[in-house]
Design a protein around this ligand. Sequence first.
Ligand code: AMP
Ligand code: MN
Ligand code: MN
Ligand code: MN
Length: 282
Amino acid sequence: MTSDQAYQRIDLHTHSTASDGKLTPAELVNLAHEEHLDMLALTDHDTIAGVKIAQQAAEQLGIKLIPGCELSVAWNKIPLHMVALGFNTDCFVIQHWTKRNQDVRLQRGRQIADLLCKKGLPDLYNKAIEEAGESQLGRPHFAKVMVREGIVKDMNRAFDQYLGNKRIGQIRDVWPQLEEIMPDLKASGCELVLAHPKRYPLTVTKLKSVLTDFKRYGGTGIEVASGNERPDHVRFLERLSRDYELKASVGSDFHGPFGPWTQVGRFTQIHEQEVMPIWYQW
Ligand code: AMP
Ligand code: MN
Ligand code: MN
Ligand code: MN
């Protein structure tokens, strides 16, 4: 661990088995407790199925659990991730949009399988569905099947050769546009955070256009640190947070204990006094 990284007492971006994480919601909360976290948001891709169980586990352990969800959205046909935080799990709006994206995931899964068939692979749809089980179907499930079937050596190669954004380019345009989804969610009163802004294939100019629109349609926050983010990138994102008057969020984007660089509560240190931390309200 470098001096720029630290185990911190909050984490507002994590995944469980409800989407593509390795740990069940209860296991994740237990791990957060072992790591001495005070506050945790569970933010599975396009589902809030794990939130209630996580809430129960957190209550027993004295951790503040913030309901969350990482929604797949689009800006000018470019896929982005938006983290919704602090909603009520009974909220109709969050239920509507997660359900809609879950339907999109199934249709997209079929499209991905068809595309892989065209590239000479067997039809992996049913196996990917089986792999996903109760969780939200995503590219990681296809990647796991491809490794198990001996088509590729590991998950990274599955993404590099078949599943990365450039490879499945023609089926990227499936998610709701910011202007469709954001005003609705904003009206329900939750925080809307642009996730890991440095991970998109966007120039600085384009990223600023995204932020202008994001703010216009009701965005309230920006992730200034996501996992093992470069410190100079964090300084840049802190600046954007101030310039666009977006509250600062932070998180590990934990998917499982895969190595020393991913741990619950671990992300590059931020300059907290220079931004408006989104978690101060909780
Ligand atoms: P999806 O939500 O179906 O679009 O899949 C995106 C997810 O795939 C991300 O949230 C990551 O968890 C995972 N992912 C992206 N790139 C890679 C990679 N190179 N290796 C393993 N997992 C990846
Ligand atoms: Mn993921
Ligand atoms: Mn993401
Ligand atoms: Mn994530």
